[in-house]
Ligand binder design. Sequence first.
Ligand code: GLN
Length: 196
Amino acid sequence: MLKIGILALQGAVREHIRQIDELGCEAVPVKSVEDLKGLNGLVLPGGESTTMRKLLDRYALLEPIRALAAKGIPMFGTCAGLILLAKEIVGYDLPHLGLMDVVVERNSFGRQVDSFEVELSIEGVGNDIPAVFIRAPHIVATGDNVEILAKHEDRIVLARDGQFLGCSFHPELTEDSRIMKYFVEMVRESTLVESY
Ligand code: GLN
């Protein structure tokens, strides 16, 4: 059974656990370095990226997560999780994990409307996929090897850079688990490659 960790320091953790369980994988809440052992994939949830960064430092998780990425383990960042993964954040000198070849901008969908829901067509995933945006970031630029999978109002909201998947919104807050299923497939494929 595939083991998928969910960084469980803060934010929308439970909903990801439910989707991962429902897709037949073992969901492992990650609160310490030991919890990273034996994972086939890792989800970085939404929440508040600056708070999560403080907690990553407090629990000394930043380098161990980078080491896991260096082994080729797939990672999926949603909303604040995407900000944690990005190599560059507009207005900041340094990134957090700095793994995914994208530039992100925080809180980029306007101040008046803090949250909204739309339906997206997603490359390789399907149509009419509900997406909940909550003080969401968006991807302002992508590296050469990054596939753009979805846009909303001409802004990139879902992209893949090899082993890294990142989205602006919260796919776990709906009953539709097709995006998580896409990530689980990425994880399954990476384990097949490793066994040869
Ligand atoms: N605005 C938050 C941040 O910058 C992200 C919001 C979210 O994850 N829903 O970290």
